[in-house]
Design a protein around this ligand. Structure first.
Ligand code: GCU
Length: 627
């Protein structure tokens, strides 16, 4: 077995070492000062957290709406030492009134955005406090993490009044070590979540989706051994046939005994076990030939049980093995050219609406995509959750996953690049083993400025360093000169696959305009039409030139499909969008009612005429065939 150098991408070891050091310092501090001022340890990334046994904290949490954040900030600013995070109860003889009581507060359901749980919170932007009691029994040589699937947008966490972490970013999971804060018997966790949008946020102030706030995905406690597997990457080699390779990274102290312990990657069905010894803290590469491997593909989404072990830690994964690469203007899946018959999807829950989070949400949305004849979905405009990605693995849908660098961020602010890269770390670190994901998208419709191009080029380089096994893309704006669409955004240089958004027939002239439109693409790279379409209110009928009717939307698709076949290097498409979704930018009463109506299906599951036009084209495979 060829042994690879025991090191990981440089930035990872540095950060991991820093985290371990920080966690040690912070843990020391936490044991001395229980105040929230102690520097909270950096949250860590757990790959495949959903594959570990967990103590669920889902369900009803006490909730206090706190628009002025007085539960955290004193009346002259600065910290409120008696903040809500202490979860105090008024005692007889108290000198100072306790003006909050979680046990008397109403509740919010977790997971779930707060906007759709109370009419009074529909438009709410600001902090809301959550509190939950739980019993726990600490175990010898065991560490415990508070796992948060997502908290939009900024969040702070305390356990038994001790600050355990804080986080920025609304669509990626993170994990706060609480080993030093929990004790035997009853405990409580308090969270503050603030969905206020920020000019220096990722995304920034303007988006075209509802700013659903809160603990929008699952929350649990995850127990691991003192030294455990925090991140790992298991994939099929692109260069050596039937070779499984990757790396396993460990967090925690490495005792002398452990240096004799092997890192194991086992695939029982293939009777394969790759054992590699560790030489120092950090990670280890592994590499091993396997016989009889069946590759994952949309037609045959074969998943293998993969068991990763180190000492008394083990994770049982479900992983599909495939390769994806670019050759000239082709996208190759398992070495063969593929056309991506796709659709874009927001994480909007069908029927109930609000932020999607459940297996049922995922299976409904991806079921509609499969029924449409898709082999591909663009999960816009932010990382979707593990339920969606596991479903895509199972159902055989290739995925474009997207970092929410959306529209006009503060591209000249290095702190914003740090935030974008942190969210990329979390997106890729959490979800890097999904066979379904083939594209990491860096951005959507960003303005063509020097600062933007520098920012996203750096972001793309960071993504490549994190994961050299996938393709990098972004959805670009397209310049129209007369009836010629020109794709020459300098950002294209940093991409493997060029995504382009266009709305001929909706934001640009009429559906028939597509018939006389030419395309000039300055890059000899594969291109995906990452957005196209138009609004239609389900059930509203009229002539094919009457905007907002199903007939008009269908007319757009008829003309678009013919035009797409005149773009020689088109290798995929993901029309905007599978299902209507809520957005404050869409107030047209009686038609939009705060929904973007470009869905081919209404949020109540009613399929519009355009759905059947696209479905026919996909089922007959008549699109993606350059004339
Ligand atoms: C843009 C943007 C989408 C938006 C869409 C629209 O292309 O990427 O997020 O919803 O246009 O205007 O409907």
């Amino acid at each position: 077995m060829k042994r690879l150098p025991v090191c990981l991408p440089a930035h990872m070891n540095v950060r991991m070492a820093r985290n371990i050091a920080l966690a040690a310092i912070a843990a020391a501090l936490l044991s001395i000062t229980a105040s929230w001022a102690a520097p909270a340890p950096a949250p860590i990334i757990l790959t495949g957290a959903d594959r570990r046994p967990a103590i669920s904290l889902n369900g009803e949490w006490a909730a206090i709406v706190d628009p002025y954040f007085s539960g955290l900030v004193g009346f002259h600013g600065g910290e409120n030492k008696d903040g809500y995070f202490l979860n105090r109860k008024a005692q007889p003889g108290d000198e100072f009134p306790t003006q909050y009581d979680f046990s008397k507060a109403s509740t919010l359901k977790v997971p779930g955005d707060w906007n759709m749980q109370r009419r009074s919170l529909y438009y709410y932007e600001g902090p809301i406090w959550y509190e939950k009691d739980f019993t726990y029994q600490p175990k010898e040589h065991t560490r415990v993490f508070l796992h948060v699937g997502a908290a939009n947008y900024k969040s702070w966490f305390w356990v038994n009044g001790v600050k355990v972490c804080e986080h920025e970013g609304g669509y990626t999971s993170f994990n706060c070590e609480v080993t030093a804060a929990v004790h035997a018997g009853s405990n409580f966790v308090v969270a503050a979540v603030d969905n206020t949008r920020h000019d220096d946020g990722v995304p920034t102030l303007q988006t075209d989706w509802w700013n659903y706030g809160g603990l929008t995905r699952e929350v649990s406690l995850i127990e691991v051994p003192e030294t455990f597997i925090d991140q790992y990457d298991v994939h099929l080699s692109r260069t050596e046939d039937s070779v499984i390779e990757g790396w396993v990274h460990l967090d925690g102290p490495l005792t002398a005994m452990m240096s004799e312990t092997k890192v194991e990657v086992e695939i029982p069905e293939l009777k394969a076990k790759i054992s590699t010894s560790l030489e120092k803290i950090g990670g280890v590469y592994f590499h091993g030939k396997v016989e009889g491997l069946q590759r994952w593909s949309p037609e045959d989404p074969k998943l293998y049980k993969v068991i990763l072990r180190f000492g008394n830690d083990s994770i049982e994964e479900e992983i599909g093995f495939r390769t994806v690469e670019v050759r000239g203007t082709e996208i190759l899946l398992n070495g063969k050219p593929i056309f991506l018959r796709g659709i874009s999807i927001h994480a909007e829950a069908p029927y109930r609406t609000g932020r999607a989070y459940s297996d049922k949400d995922a299976e409904t949305l991806l079921g509609w995509a499969k029924e449409l004849g898709c082999n591909f979905v663009r999960l816009a405009h932010y990382p979707h959750d593990e339920t969606m990605l596991r479903a895509a693995d199972r159902m055989g849908l290739l995925v474009w996953s997207e970092n929410p660098v959306y529209w006009a961020l503060q591209f000249d602010n290095p702190k914003v690049l740090d935030k974008a890269e942190q969210q990329l770390d979390e997106e890729i670190g959490t979800s890097r083993n999904h066979a379904a994901i083939i594209l990491w998208s860096m951005a959507n419709e960003t303005p063509n400025t020097e600062a933007r191009t520098k920012f996203i080029t750096a972001e793309a380089a960071h993504a490549r360093e994190l994961d050299p096994t996938r393709l990098i893309t972004a959805a670009l704006l397209v310049k129209a000169e007369g009836h010629t669409m020109i794709v020459d955004d300098p950002l294209g240089k940093a991409l493997d696959v060029i995504g382009t958004n266009e709305y001929i027939g909706w934001y640009l002239e009429h559906p028939e305009t597509a018939d006389i439109t030419q395309w000039r693409v300055e890059y000899q790279k594969p291109m995906i039409m990452s957005e196209l379409g138009g609004d239609a209110k389900a059930g509203l009928h009229g002539g094919e030139n009457d905007r907002w009717t199903e007939e008009y939307q269908a007319n757009i698709f008829r003309h678009q499909l013919k035009m797409l076949n005149r773009i020689p290097q088109l290798r995929g498409m993901s029309p905007w969008i599978l299902m209507d979704f809520r957005s404050p930018n869409r107030p047209l009463a009686g038609i939009q009612d705060e929904f973007n109506r470009k869905g081919l299906i209404s949020e109540q599951g009613k399929k519009k005429q355009a759905y059947f036009i696209l479905q026919k084209a996909y089922k007959e495979n008549s699109v993606g065939k350059p004339e």
